[in-house]
Ligand binder design. Sequence first.
Ligand code: MRU
Length: 351
Amino acid sequence: MPKIIMSQHDSIRAVEWKDNHLVLLDQRKLPHNEQYVQLYGAEDTAEAIRNMVVRGAPAIGIAAAYAMVMAARKSYKQYPGDWRVRLDAEKDLLMNSRPTAVNLMWALQRMSSALDSIESDPESPLLELAQRIHQEDIEANYLMGELGSALIPRSHGVLTHCNTGSLATGGYGTALGVIRSAYSNGKIEHVYADETRPWWQGSRLTAWELVKDKIPAHLLCEGAAASLMRQGKVSWVIVGSDRIAANGDVANKIGTYSLAVNARYHGVKFMVVAPTSTIDMKTLTGNDIPIEERAPEEILNVGNQRIAALQAQAWNPAFDVTPASLVDAIVTEKGVVERPTAEKMAALMAL
Ligand code: MRU
């Protein structure tokens, strides 16, 4: 892959292809340990996706694309006669590793469509494609950074949720990419980041990225967001997405919907930043988006420490859906859709 010139306030990369395998920065260990895991196949990559070693919709898609390279290499070696068919099981394993982020299905689809035109050893053409997917994601993030930054008229505070930065993408980030660009352009004076229960993507990951890249920020509990807005400290909420339906409804980390409701009530604008690989025109509305439910222990415990009363139960949806009517702008690498509707989304995707 060509060397990418990393801009100011942009120093982190979490997904990397090294020699013959995939290297991931283990996001479960951050911020206190910067440890890397080495993956050599589809099975261990699917497990890394399920267990949140790698997370964030575009990053999951990129990791899966690299996993297909390793799966194809193994399949071609073991079954040179029918390696394509033998790959199906590993593709399905990856496909089912997390259900909401459509970038995963999008990347796997793109990788498998390439198989038909490959005559012999698939490793190098597939690697070239996976690297292209990775590179295109970073380029899309830089473009979205500028487009999103242009929507912010004056230097003020912004609020973000979950982690949408270099860790969640090929690099730079979606919502956090806009924040990086807007901060570099003097359009943001302060960032507020929700801690983001139950995985603490805000406190563990977003705060780590912002501290590393020298962007001033404060963490807050999700429950403090309405008060922050009421005090006039932010003029935009800026978030990413795991899947955007054809009508502009947006699935993102649980808690995003309450931010959108609160933002509308307080006259704060709501921006969603996502590459077009996150837009799923086959899913008509947000009601049709599969929402992952994760283990109750993620709520009942913090790390390995039980917090909740022993007999307590928990409901743990990982995502929610924000209706398009609460979204002021969807920023993609192809352009900005203001006040999204099905017609405007179709027009964007036809570009
Ligand atoms: O459960 P996670 O950490 O994978 O959830 C991530 C998010 O909800 C992000 O906001 C989304 O994937 C967009 S990341 C660019």
